[in-house]
Design a protein around this ligand. Structure first.
Ligand code: GDP
Ligand code: MN
Length: 379
């Protein structure tokens, strides 16, 4: 679950990271009132859960409250990368001398939490990594030792800080961001940019936090900040039904039991030249109702040209899933072809049931994927 910039920065503030004292507005008039209170120039920032808002025209400076109102009127309702802007953050305009990138992130390959910093802040870190990787300083944290002072100093010196005060400020921010990351079970806690102002003081002017969904149960107060607009309707419906669903942009709808199997299914679809429309894990022991919901969710996507069922019968019996599919087909009118691969416990019974219902059945994943890819291309 992603937090908005304003939510992230409030959290930064609680951990002692310096942030601008801004407020959120949902109307242009409200934006003007906030700008009046702040006094002086402000920045009007769209609050949508995507990066690159600045480039998309979603971050604008305003010198007066009237201008803030006008900019808020431009930005509210704007569409940024498919998301409609419903809130703007009004912050005092920052006096930027330098922009630094700072993030705490999980480095899966290293099996460590990593802290990355770059003096080329402001722009996409992916771009920096691709063009000037030497500008990124990374430290990885030993979970048994925790973040060490030499590591925060290495980051500070890597950013070119020499002034004692600035080194101290920066290392304190690094440590605070790491503590926040740990406390909230985040996958990512990012400040981009962390700015150096003319007087030398540091300030976090943008913030991004991505929380681990699997740990949200112990962070009710953070979960309560969820923005419904973050998810597509299909994703929300799936979450409420206990299904793991992620929208993708291909044409083969996938229904699979098990996350690993779902990943493998997507890979094999790609191997045969097709493209998955979604990732969907129905989980173990899925009954007819859940299967029906899954099919309905898959079919909400008009790009879906075929549905591929890939079921491994373990605890979930193949015939039970097959009955679930048949039951579901009574509830939903499916107009696209369907391919099913069922192996494992009671697979033969399951396949027989589905063949009767005119589903294309396959014995191997390769065979099923190949058929699904052909059908998705109208062959
Ligand atoms: P993003 O594009 O979604 O990452 O949004 P940011 O909040 O990072 O803003 C993009 C860029 O706008 C920053 O890198 C800054 O260069 C600039 N920016 C943001 N806030 C201010 C501000 O208060 N004053 C000035 N002058 N520039 C700002
Ligand atoms: Mn940014």
């Amino acid at each position: 679950m992603k937090l908005h910039e304003y939510q992230s920065k409030r959290l930064f503030g609680k951990y002692g990271i310096p942030v601008p004292e801004g407020e959120v507005a949902t109307t242009p008039e409200e934006a003007r009132r906030i700008a009046e209170q702040i006094g002086g120039a402000v920045v009007v920032k769209s609050q949508v859960l995507v990066g690159g808002r600045g480039k998309a025209g979603g971050v604008k400076l305003a010198k007066t409250p009237e201008e803030a109102e006008a900019r808020a009127r431009d930005i509210l309702g704007m569409n940024i990368k498919g998301l409609t802007v419903e809130k703007v953050l009004i912050d005092p305009a920052a006096d930027i001398k330098n922009e630094i990138y700072l993030a705490v992130i999980l480095d899966r390959a290293a099996r460590r939490v990593a802290i990355m910093a770059s003096a080329a802040g402001g722009m996409d870190i992916e771009e920096v990594a691709a063009t000037t990787p030497e500008k990124i300083v990374t430290v990885r944290i030993d979970p048994a030792l925790g973040l060490q002072d030499y590591q925060t100093r290495q980051l500070a010196y890597g950013m070119g800080f020499e002034d004692k005060n600035q080194v101290r400020q920066f290392t304190e921010i690094v440590r605070a961001l790491y503590t926040l990351y740990q406390d909230t079970d985040a996958n990512l806690a990012e400040i981009n940019p962390l700015i150096v102002q003319s007087d030398g003081a540091l300030l976090a002017v943008d913030g991004k936090i991505d929380l681990d969904d699997n740990a949200l149960f112990r962070h009710k107060e953070l979960e309560a900040q969820r923005d419904a607009a973050e998810e597509s309707e299909a994703e929300r419906e799936a979450r409420e039904a206990g299904l793991t669903y992620i929208d993708l942009d291909g044409s083969i709808g996938c229904m699979v039991n098990g996350a690993g199997l779902a990943m493998a299914t997507m890979d094999v679809i790609k191997l045969f030249g097709g493209s998955p429309a979604n990732f969907l894990d129905i989980g173990g022991g899925a009954k007819a109702d859940k299967v029906a919901t899954a099919i309905k969710i898959i079919l909400r996507d008009p790009r879906v040209k075929v549905i591929l069922f890939n079921i491994f019968g373990g605890i979930t019996r193949g015939d039970e899933v097959a009955r679930g599919i048949l039951e579901a087909l009574k509830q939903v009118d499916v107009k696209v072809p369907m391919v099913a691969r069922i192996v494992g416990t009671n697979a033969a019974e399951g396949r027989a049931l589905l063949a009767e219902a005119n589903l294309v059945t396959a014995d191997t994943l390769a065979e099923a994927a190949e058929k699904a890819v052909q059908l998705s291309k109208g062959q």
